[in-house]
Design a protein around this ligand. Sequence first.
Ligand SMILES: Cc1ncc(COP(=O)(O)O)c(C=O)c1O
Length: 404
Amino acid sequence: MKITDDEASETNAGLGRGRVFRAARLDRFGPHYFSSLNERAARLRREGTSVIRLDIGSPDMPPPPFVIVSLTQSAAQAGNHGYQTHFALPELRAAWADMYRRMHGAALDPDTEVVPLLGTKEGIFHLSLAVLDPGDIALVPDPGYATYAAGTIFAGAEPYEYPLNPNRGYLPDWKSIPSEILERARTLWLNYPHNPTGSVASPEFLAEAVDFARRRRLLLIHDAAYSQIVFDGYRAPSIMEIPGAKEVAVEFNSLSKSHNMAGWRVGVAVGNSDVLAALKTLKTQADSGHFRPILEAATAALNGDPAWIAERNEVYRRRRDLLVEGLRAIGLPAARPLASLYVWSPVPAGCSSTDWASRLLERTGVSVAPGSVFGRGGEGFVRISLTARDADIDEALRRIEKFL
Ligand SMILES: Cc1ncc(COP(=O)(O)O)c(C=O)c1O
């Protein structure tokens, strides 16, 4: 049916009469940086620039072949397309528990201490809704992954951004958090290996964090999304290795980076069963589980040969060295990360990180993420991702050098 212009404007007037269909809490959020960047990159490509994307953390390589086989075989089964029971599959939960036992010597009950997620971002966002009340405070890292603060704000609580400084290896200084903030704080977020700086934490630091959380009666939430992207023999510890951690902590993990499965949306929350029970209650209202072939393929990924991960990490290691050495050679003294997908590189003196990233993109087609996107503490740096081929990294370095 064709609607005339008059009818259309009447309909809109009816919908809009004195009403705004947008919640006030959205006013706390501007446009998502990476969505606007996608549009900018698309425009430059239309104008003929060859854009090299070193800004996002989406793995460019495919998942293990046996995972794809599992997905396609399972998708071909007529009975695998309906709703799954919540928190399916038992085999997937067991595979996560097994991974934690193998890699971290941690014992987890697959029924009460493992919750499958639609990607960790979903769990990170929903956990705040499940455990925070208005007036509560969440301690979030600055710089850090934005969803810790976003979930907090949607829960009606307030994020307090605790600073991470290069001179402390981007580890928090508990003493810097004012006591009146600590009084109201309910959750403490940590993320190591760290996005965006690539810094890492020792088991001793994690033990200190567990002790701090216990003394201050905080829920400690560790985001270990990058725990399997490691180099030079480094092993990323889990909070679940720390004795007594389960009394005060939960941890997030994901197949997005570990198995190049970012688009599949497979994550997990493990740890304290009371906290996970709250998260499950919320999730039973908010979602209806995942697609069974993805759950089966995720189980295959976790049970697969870990040699695949080691070989893939070798590719990232080579890219990291290429990038770090190339940056140093042109006067940008980047640190060499032991883990994660990112090189954290200082911007030239006198530039803000957004100016530098923006001019670099417009003038050379090389796209990096400004540090300030991850919080005020990220100013002065850009995050450069290892998710591009050697040839693209080489070409990006050549263009940056010329631009400098
Ligand atoms: C620190 C951190 N946590 C969580 C996520 C989200 O991962 P997922 O794909 O599992 O939702 C990301 C994604 O980049 C991240 O950088």
